[in-house]
Design a protein around this ligand. Structure first.
Ligand code: 5AD
Ligand code: SF4
Length: 486
């Protein structure tokens, strides 16, 4: 499970203030820290929480040890993710008791699912807020400071949840030059394995004017790349269209929204995640060939290559339909890089089903994928199948390793094919490799590492890089003086 922490030291493109200045709480100011688990939606929700707290007069703490308020933003997609919360809460008893007036809050998907029962189980917990209620975080924290424990996990389909205050300069982008932008929330697909429709609620799309306004404001603060976020992002506005309400709701077809964003000058890259394969219409496929700033990368969750498993998962497409979509995207944009999500060990998955998955992954030649062992989630349709048709743990583990082994081979082959290209790399900052190495992302969303000496661009800007070598996890580049290929 990926975990990140939001603290005052995060870099912030476009802000003149020093990171530590922004992070250090002024004497008497309450300070906060946020622990984040899970997906990009959660990472972005934590940024929204940080912004709301800045607006309420809190400052980001330099560490959890310094913080007066600690929020855990939770994930419940798999059982393991949920367990992180319970072990964290056990460990935080001491943190809460170490200084009088400290406040501990829990938000996100586990909060939405378990609700106020968490308060009963964990006396060290002060407040619990659901995925629809992040706007209330400052009020709940203030109540907790007065000694009032509370839980709010009420659900709403109102657009109020998008009505958040403007991003404060102190609210850092997680990577310089790049920002998330919410376009819709919720999911109405109810895939049989997935808890998200229960933790994120029904699909709600944000008015296009608000999305475009936020995109322009981001460009004004130095952002070059936005990633449009939604649980089924390309279902954007579909219920408004079906009901004939698009004009009143202010939503557009997803491809039309992309075209409007593409027209914003200074916005150089647009990405979106995660789409559902069923919501690619012709216009969206064509957009990949037509819109200059739309990146040649799509994260396209497949989940399984077997038609029997796809039907049991209620994915609403077949392997043939998926392949047709892949071919259509490749005709529109021949160099498009495709990544995916896959689940192994879904209840009833046979060796033949798994062979179908291996075969399809090889045929599509995904550039990369995330794969997971099926985890039974309470209340989902597949949880009942898991009782009678569970795949033994060691079989699921073996399948996971074989699938990941295949992907390592495909990823390395893809990286090797890229050697010799000149690419546009958005520089993020120091590389994990240490020394003077920098890292960034190319338009295909691959990590590129390169020597920072003589860097022509600052973090958050895009520079020309020649790809000179390939590793299984990243590309190795050198600054290039030649014109950019893309
Ligand atoms: N078990 C395993 N993986 C799951 N995912 C979602 N629900 C489950 C589950 N119950 C995976 C899917 C999804 C990704 C975000 O997490 O592959 O696309
Ligand atoms: Fe979960 Fe399926 Fe919705 Fe994706 S589309 S969030 S996998 S229910």
């Amino acid at each position: 499970m990926r975990r990140s922490r939001q603290r005052g030291r995060l870099a912030d493109a476009g802000s003149g203030a020093g990171a530590l200045d922004r992070g250090a709480a002024v004497e008497g100011t309450r300070s906060f820290a946020i622990r984040t688990y899970g997906c990009q939606m959660n990472v972005h929700d934590s940024q929204k929480l940080a912004n709301l707290l800045h607006h309420a007069g809190y400052a980001a703490a330099t560490s959890e040890g310094e913080a007066d308020l600690l929020i855990i933003n939770t994930c419940s997609i798999r059982e393991k993710a949920e367990h992180h919360l319970y072990s964290d809460l056990g460990g935080l008893k001491g943190w809460r008791a170490a200084s009088p007036g400290r406040v501990l809050g829990v938000g996100g998907c586990v909060a939405q699912q378990v609700g106020d029962a968490l308060l009963g189980r964990f006396p060290q917990l002060d407040f619990v807020f659901g995925t629809h209620n992040i706007r209330h975080v400052a009020l709940m924290a203030a109540a907790a400071e007065r000694g009032e424990r509370s839980a709010d996990t009420s659900e709403t389909t109102s657009l109020d949840r998008f009505d958040l205050p403007a991003r404060q300069p102190q609210t850092a982008e997680s990577t310089p030059g790049r920002a998330f932008l919410t376009v819709m929330e919720g999911c109405d697909m109810f895939c049989s394995f997935c808890i998200v429709p229960r933790t994120r609620g029904r699909e709600v799309s944000r008015p296009a004017a608000d999305i475009l306004g936020e995109a322009r404001a981001l460009v004004d603060r130095g952002v070059r790349e936005v990633t449009l976020l939604g649980q089924t992002v390309n279902a954007y506005g579909r219920h408004d269209r079906r009901r004939g309400h698009s004009a009143a709701a202010g939503t557009l077809a997803f491809a039309a929204l992309l075209a409007e964003l593409d027209a914003i000058s200074g916005l150089e890259r647009i990405r979106y995640t995660s789409p559902h394969p069923s919501f690619f219409d012709d216009a969206l496929v064509r957009a990949h060939g037509e819109l200059e700033s739309l990146c040649p990368h799509v994260h396209l969750p497949l989940q399984s290559g077997s038609n029997a498993v796809l039907a049991a998962m209620r994915r609403r497409y077949t392997r043939e339909a998926f392949l047709e979509l892949v071919e259509a995207l490749r005709s529109a944009r021949p160099d498009i890089a495709l990544t995916s999500d896959l689940i192994v060990g879904f209840p009833g998955e046979t060796d033949d089903d798994f062979q179908d998955t291996l075969e399809l992954v090889e045929r599509v030649r995904f550039v990369d994928h995330y794969s997971f062992k099926y985890s039974s989630r309470p209340g989902t349709a597949a949880a009942e199948l898991a009782v009678t048709d569970a795949v033994p743990a060691e079989v699921a583990q073996d399948r996971l390793e074989r699938l990941q082994g295949l992907q390592r081979r495909l990823t390395l082959a893809y990286h090797r094919r890229r050697v010799g290209e000149c690419s546009a790399v958005l520089i993020e900052g120091p590389s994990r490799r240490g020394g003077s190495q920098l890292c960034g992302r190319d338009p295909y969303n691959r990590v590129v590492n390169l020597d920072g000496a003589g860097s022509p661009v600052a973090p958050g800007a895009i520079g020309p890089v020649e790809i000179v070598d390939a590793t299984p996890h990243s590309l190795i580049g050198e600054w290039s003086s030649s014109a950019l290929a893309s």
